[in-house]
Design a protein. Structure first.
Length: 276
């Protein structure tokens, strides 16, 4: 069998492009989705598509079992990718909303990763790749919930990378900036469910910036790259003899990482205030 790769969040955007692109490179790709309808669509494309919903641990277990049954109990690479946003000011963010996004963007990733590690230990090799974000190391305004999940992910990943040293298991982060996807559109239901912006002290700023960005996009962001830019980094993380700990994607991510090293916190804050 060709090298095996489990990708989550394959219904659109980065996950869908990664599934197609890595299959074209000769990988056996298990393209999981959160909803059964999307799994059925991926199966129509010829993929084995287990249903994995990060907020449903039973689906995580059964989805991974399906993969291992197909491979005879092995897995070369896990690419954790599925996530959603919850835009809004932190002061307007209910704790229940924060709990929900952590289930989808962090706790579910951790659960699947913990299930995969013993498989990779037993076979003596493996790679775990997390799709993080520029928001995993820079805290943009209006994105506090998403930022919190990605900062947590990066801290956990850095710890695991040290702990897994010498095990044959490599762990990497991919850190995109603006990449073509549906994450903005998909965040709208979460925003409407949890954020009472009309009664917020920041209502004027919502109307001036965030609402326009959510509901009236004027097209691609400046510097936006297609999802294939992430797939290219994923390919290196999967295939290189020595995969990197971090892969920056897009010009803003490279610039932000450089500024974070060069500038102090107050200088970074002043830059980020212009994005409110």
């Amino acid at each position: 069998m060709a090298k095996t790769l489990l990708i989550t969040g394959c219904s659109s955007g980065i996950g869908l492009n990664a599934a197609r692109g890595m299959r074209d490179r000769g990988w056996t790709v298990f393209a999981s989705c959160r909803s059964q309808r999307d799994c059925d669509r991926m199966r129509a494309e010829g993929f084995i598509s287990p249903r994995i919903d990060y907020t449903d641990e039973d689906s995580i277990k059964s989805g991974l079992e399906l993969v291992l049954n197909e491979t005879g109990g092995t897995l070369d690479v896990l690419f954790n990718n599925g996530a959603h946003g919850l835009p809004g000011a932190v002061e307007d963010l209910p704790t229940d909303g924060l709990r929900e996004i952590f289930e989808a963007n962090f706790f579910g990733w951790h659960a699947l990763t913990r299930m995969v590690v013993p498989v990779m230990r037993a076979q003596g090799h493996g790679r775990i790749i997390h799709n993080s974000s520029i928001l995993g190391f820079v805290a943009f305004p209006w994105r506090g919930a998403y930022v919190a999940t990605k900062f947590a992910l990066e801290g956990l990943t850095d710890t695991m990378r040290v702990e897994l040293a010498g095990s044959g298991i490599h762990i990497s982060l991919i850190e995109p900036g603006p990449v073509t996807s549906k994450i903005r559109q998909n965040s709208i239901p979460h925003f409407e469910r949890f954020i009472d912006w009309e009664n917020s002290a920041l209502r004027g700023l919502y109307e001036k910036t965030l609402l326009k960005r959510l509901y009236h996009s004027d097209g691609p962001d400046r510097f936006e790259l297609p999802a294939s830019a992430v797939t290219a980094k994923l390919a290196h993380a999967c295939e290189a003899r020595r995969p990197r700990a971090r892969y920056y994607v897009t010009t803003p991510t490279h610039i932000a990482a450089r500024l974070k090293r060069m500038l102090g916190t107050r200088a970074i804050d002043r830059i980020l205030m212009t994005l409110r």
